[in-house]
Structures are given as C-alpha cells and as structure tokens.
Design a binder for this molecule. Structure first.
Ligand SMILES: [Zn+2]
Length: 344
C-alpha cells in the first residue's frame, strides 16, 4: 500500500480535463482580492481556505462565483495561470490541456488585453515550473450568446500560439450541442482542436450529438455512454477518448457514494479512458487522489499506469512527441520499481 501511494504520488502525469479557475490554490484568489480591494466577506486567509472545502453542490457554486468574482483585471489572469502551473507542478503533472472559461472573458475584456495577460502567464509559468500547459478556452452552453465572441478570441489566441482548441462546458441540460454546430465548423476551418463536455448530466444522446454536430475529438466526462451499447461500440471503433473525472461525479451526485465508479466498466469494455480532476481545489481532490480513489476501488497499479499512458495517447501532441513521452514514462516506472525494491 505504501509503495502504491508513493508510486501514484510521484508518477509523472498528464491531465486533459481540468479547469484553470478550479485548479488554483485559495491563497492566489485571496491575494488577487486584496490587490483589487474586494471584500470577500471573510476575515483572513485561514477562513478563506476553509471556505474552499467542498460541502455540497450549492456551496461549490458559491465558492466558484466568489472566487472568480475577484478577477477584475486582465493581469489577474496572468497570476491565475501562473497559480495553475504551480498547482499542476505540485502533482507532477508534466503536461495539461486545460480549460479557461471564455464566455466570461469576452464579456469583461478586449481580446488583445486578455491575450497579452494570458501570454505573460504562460511564459512565466513555463519558465518557473518547467512543465507545459496548453489552453482550450470553452464556451458555456448556458451563455450561448457569447459563442461568436469566444470563437473570435480563440482564433486570435491560436494565431498567437496561445490556444490549441475550443471546448464546450456549462449547463448541459436544455442546451444541446447542435446549437454550437456553426461555431465548431468554423473552429475546424481555423485549425482548432475540438472537445466538449457531454454525457455528464444528460444521457448518451448528448454524447452522440457532440460527435455528430461538433465532430468533438474528445468527450469530457461521457460516463452516460454506458446507457447505450451502440454508442459504446462507436466510441471503441473511433477510439474517441473520454476524460473521466471520478470525484467530480461523486461530489455532484451524478454517481452515488456507495456505487463503484462507472470508469471500471468503461475501461473493461475497452473504451479509451483517461483520469482527470476537473476542478480539484473546489472539489477537495487532486489528480493523485483520483488515482488513489480508483486504486481503492480495485484498479491494479498496472491498470492505473495504463490509464496514465492513455492520457498521453489522447492528448493533442504529435505522434512523435507521444512516442518519446511514453518511453520517458516507462523509464521512470522501471527506475522507481527498481529503487523501491533496493530500499525495502
Ligand atoms: Zn469539466
């Protein structure tokens, strides 16, 4: 058990489904709030940190709204992005493809000022933490009126080498993927990679829509695919990766606490699944904790290692980069196991 914990903690990782706003330590938000003279209604950093502890869905929304409400200036995003690098580096996450909630950005800032701030954050993060983060801004389904503006921001950001793709998040219920078909079509023409949250709160039909209307290359969550065996076959044939976020599903009650996470079945069926933390700081989890949770549910170390390698395969890196990374990861594993045996 001790070996497993150490292995999963130290293991070099990839993460493909994580929201920047939900993966930054509370103290960063606190610092930004103070700088902007915003009263968050809590006396000190300790209270603020306690406030971030996950309690229930309503409280999570409360934390989220209060946290992002301190982000007033473009330069706040420089700090936010640097804070994200710090968090990922602390988990040995060498590479992330991370979401940035763009529907809010386009309401508040001009494209050039926010892109300058993001560029600075990426530069500082890379220099300081020596890891890589690729950004995928996403449209909130429930703010459909922002879709054109987000696409334009993403297009400009891609031209500047800041973004790799476009995503779709927000409330799935009542906001079907087909409403964003036009945007994703143009995104394709701009050479952007395409992902979408689907099959989280709504069933398998929502995943099929994201594939049919958006040509999504990867599905966020997707746990409801199990409702439809034909869709499962389709995901297997097309090798469409799913970005599974176990704790997020438990916290939001999409999976009951006493239930084994559907990832078990999805993996056994041969669907290409990856493990992710979604909004780790606000869900009181971490990517390491996600792997530990799965270990405690019966996944073997070999299976968890495979899930980790799946994230390399499912990433938007080049085939050559992926090949090199798999070799590096395997080398790390061999060394860890060798040294561990020697020491014990
Ligand atoms: Zn998400």
């Amino acid at each position: 058990m001790k070996e497993t914990v150490e292995f999963l903690t130290k293991m070099p990782k990839f993460e493909l489904h994580v929201h920047i706003e939900g993966a930054v330590k509370p103290n960063i938000y606190f610092k930004i709030a103070q700088k902007n003279n915003i009263d968050v209604g809590l006396k000190n950093i300790e209270e603020w940190q306690k406030f971030f502890q996950f309690k229930n869905f309503a409280h999570f929304i409360d934390v989220y709204i209060k946290a992002v409400s301190v982000l007033k200036k473009p330069e706040d995003y420089t700090e936010l992005i640097e804070g994200f690098f710090a968090y990922q580096a602390s988990q040995n996450i060498l590479y992330s493809e991370a979401f940035l909630s763009a529907s809010f950005l386009v309401e508040s800032f001009s494209n050039s000022e926010i892109l300058d701030a993001i560029e600075k954050g990426l530069k500082q993060g890379r220099e300081k933490y020596k890891i890589e983060v690729a950004l995928i801004p996403d449209i909130a389904r429930n703010i459909p009126q922002s879709k054109e503006a987000v696409l334009e921001l993403v297009r400009e950001g891609k031209e500047r080498g800041l973004f790799i793709g476009i995503g779709l998040g927000g409330l799935e219920n009542g906001h079907p993927a087909r409403l964003f078909e036009d945007i994703y079509k143009k995104a394709s023409e701009y050479g952007l990679r395409k992902v979408a949250h689907a099959g989280e709160a709504v069933g398998a039909e929502s995943i099929a829509e994201a594939l049919d209307y958006l040509q999504a290359e990867r599905i966020g969550h997707g746990i409801r695919c199990l409702d439809d065996s034909k869709l499962v076959e389709r995901l297997k044939t097309t090798k469409t990766p799913l970005e599974v976020c176990p704790s997020s599903n438990y916290r939001l009650k999409l999976v009951e606490d006493n239930q084994v996470h559907p990832l078990r079945k999805m993996h056994d069926l041969g669907i290409l699944c990856t493990v992710n933390s979604d909004d780790p700081v606000m869900f009181s989890t971490s990517l390491t904790d996600e792997y530990l949770l799965l270990f405690n549910q019966g996944f073997s170390l070999e299976e968890l290692w495979q899930l980790n390698l799946n994230a390399i395969e499912a990433s938007f890196l080049s085939t050559k980069q992926k090949g090199n990374l798999v070799m590096e990861f395997e080398k790390w594993k061999k060394n860890f196991l060798l040294n561990y045996k020697k020491e014990s």
